[in-house]
Design a protein around this ligand. Structure first.
Ligand code: GTP
Ligand code: MG
Length: 238
């Protein structure tokens, strides 16, 4: 199952937003608006290519092993507002070239797997495919963030073939288990909840860190039951 969140380019929204940008005395020039839309179309293509590859792998596992490693996927294109906001935060010029050179998460896919083994098998099979490149890996499962966040982030470059030839385009893929996703959703909601007193926020953050550890233990236990059922070696608790 794929959930689409803002996954199609919206040309009129992009045009309207870029028109409001003032670059000194000049407006964002119409040619650059055109290049921006073309670029977004390429990101959209790259996102669909990677999600199709993931669906094919999931189908193969289902046929060969009667097991679906992927519970569901979510995909989204960064909105024009978020792109501009991020460029400004990073002190970069608002231009197509800055996006291409500095933002690697314009196209994003979240792959929610049933078990931790699935996270690594699906990501390894995808990474091994000869037509795509792995640009960056951040393994927050082996090395969780201090707040307890866990997920495996991989940035892939995939060729999108247009009439002008192949355009290698980055797609950020976040692989995580259902438990990691459950945790990250609540942590994300807490992060944007700015009207709570600091003491309450700190208390909730601490509780979330405890929850992250508990979920990690539960995952290891459930993974081991699943391995026993499927005749795979057991995993050591962490
Ligand atoms: P930015 O994209 O600028 O944040 O830098 P980055 O790409 O180096 O960051 P990173 O790969 O660490 O994280 C990118 C994405 O992962 C974020 O946009 C979130 O979707 C997710 N993420 C990272 N850290 C956390 C976290 O602590 N909590 C939650 N809920 N999500 C996180
Ligand atoms: Mg990012």
């Amino acid at each position: 199952m794929i959930l689409d969140r803002h996954s199609r380019i919206n040309t009129s929204e992009i045009q309207a937003r870029l028109k409001t940008i003032n670059l000194g005395d000049e407006r964002f020039d119409p040619e650059e608006v055109g290049r921006f839309i073309d670029m977004m179309q390429i990101y959209e293509g790259a996102m669909y290519e990677i999600s199709t590859k993931l669906e094919i792998l999931d189908d193969e596992f289902q046929v060969r092993f009667s097991h679906d490693p992927i519970h569901h996927m979510e995909r989204r294109l960064k909105s024009v507002n978020s792109i501009i906001g991020k460029l400004e935060r990073k002190g970069l010029p608002v231009a197509v070239d800055s996006v291409r050179d500095h933002l690697f998460d314009v196209a994003g896919i979240r792959v929610i797997c049933n078990y931790r083994d699935d996270v690594y098998s699906v990501s390894n099979y995808l990474s091994a495919q000869s037509d795509i490149q792995v640009l960056r890996v951040k393994d927050y499962i082996k090395n969780p963030k201090v707040n307890g966040y866990r997920s495996l982030h991989v940035i892939y470059a995939v060729p999108v073939f247009l009439s002008s030839g192949p355009h290698y385009t980055p797609v950020e893929v976040q692989f995580r288990t259902i438990a990691m996703d459950y945790w990250a959703s609540l942590e994300h909601a807490l992060r944007y909840k700015t009207d709570l007193p600091d003491a309450k926020l700190n208390e909730h953050s601490q509780t979330l860190l405890d929850c992250a550890r508990s979920l990690q233990n539960i995952e290891v236990q459930m993974q081991n039951i699943h391995r026993d059922i499927n005749g795979a070696p057991r995993m050591e608790g962490q």
